[in-house]
Design a protein around this ligand. Structure first.
Ligand code: ZN
Ligand code: ZN
Ligand code: ZN
Length: 368
């Protein structure tokens, strides 16, 4: 087994998957799919950068001449890929089309810009475009040992940030001030980028996607802190913990105990062969039985890897069985107002259960 994060065989695996799906080629512009296949974290520019993976033949990377040094220095430079630079007066779409004669179906990256997809359509009028995600999802969902190690590293980094939060939250500070310091800590602790910082105090904690505001955090007011970033490896972190300066209201304590039980039940439901919807139900059943069902109104989780939200989604209706290497969040919440709570860990499905990559205490953190 390779320990490399971006192994040499990836372009070949995509070629095989494309052939199996009946696609003549796959076109990947900058984004998570391109990074997954080559390790190249290419800038998203109006000039075309595109990995072309024909179902027959060798993959090649089309790059603007100005980006050639960056492509060569990236992991893509050591994959043995042909690099095809284009000059300012060339038409790179025609260049790709000329090298794909007779291709009738082409997979385009799910996150390709529309302007590029439309230029490809004009250059290849006989080729039907489909979403390349249908080809890549099977590969990206099953994390390699090296990817799981990268998620562990991301989990440890965001755990270190959560351990610093009790020193950052102080009564009298606003959500925005706290969020700014947490963002700095996310970078200090090894992330390359801050992806999001949710600091929801009191009623804002009952809004799962609240933006940090100028609300002053008061004593006795629970605070939801949901944070994540992207590591230099490209892999993402995402973890939610709950804090309170002093003692929270008694009714909060009551539903927090239910939430801890629901989150544990969902984690413990994870093992190969189990449907994601059963993991969702494991959390939801506990919350509904305690009478809080109407206050848990989002899915239990989402896959994570090179993107914070990717497949598999832990939601009712998803019956595609879990397999070892699948990585996703388990994050039930209860939001009755005028406060709310959510507990979130990233877990990896193992041969016989799960591994949580987050290790901080899940209980309410009371700041004295
Ligand atoms: Zn969310
Ligand atoms: Zn989160
Ligand atoms: Zn999440």
């Amino acid at each position: 087994m390779t320990t490399e994060l971006y192994p040499r065989e990836r372009p070949g695996l995509v070629r095989d998957a494309a052939a199996e799906a009946g696609l003549g080629a796959v076109l990947l512009t900058p984004g998570p799919d391109l990074r997954y296949v080559t390790g190249y974290d290419a800038k998203e520019l109006e000039r075309l950068t595109c990995l072309v993976v024909p179902a027959e033949g060798e993959a090649f990377l089309v790059v603007p001449r100005l980006e050639l040094p960056a492509a060569q220095e990236s992991p893509a430079g050591s994959l043995g890929l042909e690099l095809v630079p284009w000059d300012e007066t060339d038409d790179p779409y025609e260049l790709v089309a000329r090298r794909l004669p007779g291709v009738r179906t082409v997979g385009v990256a799910d996150r390709m810009w529309a302007m590029m997809a439309l230029r490809f359509r004009a250059a290849m009028p006989d080729a039907e475009q489909v979403a390349a995600g249908s080809v890549l999802r099977g590969l990206r969902m099953r994390k390699s040992a090296a990817e799981v190690a990268a998620l562990r590293e991301a989990g440890a980094a965001i755990d270190r940030v959560h351990r610093r939060v009790p020193q950052i939250i102080k009564p009298g500070r606003t959500e925005r001030e706290v969020a700014r310091d947490i963002g700095d800590a996310i970078l200090d602790e090894g992330h390359a980028r801050v992806d999001f910082v949710i600091v929801g105090a009191g009623p804002n904690g009952a809004n799962p996607h609240a933006e940090p505001s100028d609300r002053v955090i008061r004593p006795g007011e629970p605070v939801v802190v949901d944070i994540g970033g992207t590591m230099p490896s490209g892999y993402c972190s995402d973890s939610t913990r709950n804090y309170c300066v002093g003692e929270p209201p008694a009714e909060y304590r009551a539903y927090y105990a239910v939430l801890e039980e629901a989150q544990r039940a969902a984690r413990e439901a994870v093992r190969p062969g189990v449907a994601p919807e059963a993991v969702d139900a494991a959390a939801r059943d506990v919350i509904e039985a305690a009478g809080y069902g109407e206050h848990f109104f989002h899915r239990t989780g989402h896959g994570i890897g090179l993107e914070t939200h990717e497949e598999p989604y832990i939601v009712a209706g998803n019956r595609e069985p879990l397999e070892p290497g699948m990585a996703f969040s388990v994050e039930p919440g209860i939001y009755p107002g005028p406060h709310g709570a959510r507990i979130e860990d990233i877990v990896v499905c193992t041969e016989d259960g799960h591994e949580a990559v987050n290790a901080t205490e899940r209980g309410l953190v009371v700041i004295e």
